[in-house]
Ligand binder design. Sequence first.
Ligand code: B1M
Length: 209
Amino acid sequence: MSKLQDVKLNVEKGKTKLVAGLVQEALDEGNAPKDILQAMVESMGVVGDKFSSGEIFVPEMLIAAKAMAKGVDVLRPLLAGEGTVSLGTCIIGTVAGDLHDIGKNLVSMMIESAGFDVVDIGVDVPAQKFVDAIKENENVKVVACSALLTTTMPALKEAVATIKGSGLEGFKVIVGGAPITAEFAAEIGADGFAPDAGSAAVKAKELAQ
Ligand code: B1M
């Protein structure tokens, strides 16, 4: 079995103690960090499918997420760049009612590597907390809101409306997450949408200029 396959299987099985070491071994074998990340993202797809079919339950999903986080920790220094000039501050969070943070953390990492100072306000973030964070931080250029559940799409809409209705200016709002489409983003008044972490960083840079 290839090391990449090994990483994939152990993330799926939620082997939190093994994954970091296996990711390091996959790197040592010459696999590119982005390919290892992609393998782990695919594992989460398998985990999601198993959850949908009733083969596994929330605790198994949670432990797989923890295993992936261990692997991402090993990749972080390799995926994140060493931006020297700041493009401004990016506030990022997952909207109210939503506890998913792996995707948000990857987006945060890529936006940081694109040259922003990232202020991560976490998960289950009420709309007003995004506004408070914009007020509390200097030079905010981008506000990034993540939503991973179809049931939290209304909370994303509320977050965008609250931020836009706050009267604060000088930044753009980007949105994303598995159930979010460009159409929905436009409909709720977001300035930008990105389907994945890499394109979120490109979009943030584009909008901040
Ligand atoms: Co949940 N969960 N979960 N879950 N979970 C999903 C999302 C689900 C698709 C699984 C399934 O049924 N197949 C499903 C949602 C279905 C739907 O909405 N229609 C689901 C469900 C139902 C639930 C619960 C309701 C289950 C329950 O309790 N009965 C519950 C809700 C809890 C809550 O949030 N209130 C729940 C709980 C959990 C755990 C806590 C156990 C755990 C999360 C742990 C954590 O994040 N720390 C979990 C997990 C792990 C998953 C799956 C398996 C994996 C999510 C993930 O990390 N994916 C997921 C199934 C799946 O994704 N196939 C699932 C990998 C990640 C890299 O991808 O998050 O999509 P993603 O992020 C991508 C893009 O979306 C994008 O870039 C990222 C990287 O490229 N992106 C952005 C994300 N944010 C962005 C922001 C941007 C731009 C792009 O701009 C700002």
